[in-house]
Design a protein around this ligand. Structure first.
Ligand code: NAP
Length: 299
């Protein structure tokens, strides 16, 4: 079998177009412009690139983008004063603090300071709790993106066996909750799991979020399974000395011989993350104004 390769870039473009259309309607019908505030503390070059991408994507869908760059030595009180100000600002519907923050700041405390209704990264205890208990959560962007890809790919997820490798708060746990919500039978595997290949072979849906290059081999994959590769690792290029390339957690060549559908790295899950950040900002805006939520863009 040769798997269908899931084009995350094309799907993310569709999601962004849907968001843009909805934003246009909000402006025309209600005079509301959704706004996303991104806070960056310090000068981490990778974070600066991510923040620039987020700004560009936000503006492209017609939302307001508020960027706040703070120096590395910003005391916690100052960061929290800014977050309080953004929490109170009616023009801001989503707030994201770019991680990692410098060592003297605490990520958990920072997330906890953000109003859960504006926590578009879905990282707060409130949103994690709402997701786990079937409430109206804002869901962490990458798992939400994976769910959208799976819903698009499969007629139904109900009753399928799903295996998520990885149990991080950022990805593995919310992904498992989303699959459970879709009536999958969910197994969460991690570094202490025994017989990982055997566990994976039972999966109709296999989601790998580990960060270990090409760990999941073709003979771990159930024939016809949907394989979602979240991992990103930069490795040496096998054919171009001195060059690097990005690879996922799944050995694409062998897995794509067995799977029914598979996401590539790059170009699979990655592009969905920013698309879902925009979708979450739109959702937060609609909720803040008591308006109907955008269809297909929430969990
Ligand atoms: P993380 O916090 O480091 O979690 C990794 C998970 O993998 C942990 O639960 C760990 O288990 C598990 N693990 C480690 N070695 C394992 C092994 N040999 N067998 C089975 N499980 C193992 O990472 P994360 O934030 O969830 O991210 C995971 C990967 O996804 C990374 O490559 C990251 O770059 C990527 N990612 C991509 C996007 C995107 O595309 N936008 C977004 C988020 C993450 P323990 O809990 O037992 O330690």
């Amino acid at each position: 079998m040769t798997a269908q390769v899931i084009d995350g870039k094309a799907f993310a473009a569709k999601v962004r177009a849907q968001v843009a259309e909805h934003v246009d309607r909000l402006k025309a019908d209600h005079g509301i412009t959704p706004g996303l505030a991104v806070v960056l503390v310090g000068e981490d070059p990778a974070s600066e690139v991510y923040v620039a991408h987020k700004h560009k994507a936000t503006v492209e869908v017609g939302m307001a983008s508020f960027e706040h760059k703070l120096p590395t030595d910003t005391p916690e009180e100052e960061l929290f004063a800014l977050i309080d100000q953004l929490n109170a600002d009616p023009a801001v519907h989503g707030i994201l603090c770019q991680f990692p923050v410098p060592d003297h700041l605490d990520e958990r405390r920072t997330v906890a300071r953000i109003d859960p209704a504006k926590d578009v990264d879905g990282l707060s205890v409130t949103n994690a709790g709402l997701l786990a208990t079937g409430g109206k959560a804002l869901v962490s962007c990458t798992p939400l993106g994976c769910l959208m890809l799976l819903r698009d790919q499969l007629d139904t997820l109900s009753g399928l066996n799903a295996v998520v490798i990885g149990r991080s708060n950022l990805f593995g746990k919310p992904m498992a909750q989303l699959l459970l919500q879709q009536n999958c039978t969910v197994t969460i595997a991690h570094s202490r799991s025994q017989d990982l290949p055997g566990i994976c072979r039972g999966a109709d849906i296999l989601v790998a979020a580990v960060g270990r290059a090409e760990m999941v081999k073709g003979d771990w994959v159930k024939p016809g399974a949907a394989v979602i590769d979240v991992g990103i690792t930069r490795t040496e290029h096998p054919e171009k000395p001195g060059k690097t390339r990005l690879v996922g957690d799944v050995d694409f060549d062998s897995a794509s011989e067995v799977a029914g559908a598979i996401t590539p790295v790059p170009g699979g899950v990655g592009p969905m993350t920013i698309a879902c950040l925009l979708a979450n900002t739109l959702t937060a805006c609609c909720r803040a104004h008591g308006l109907e939520e955008p269809e297909g863009l929430t969990a």
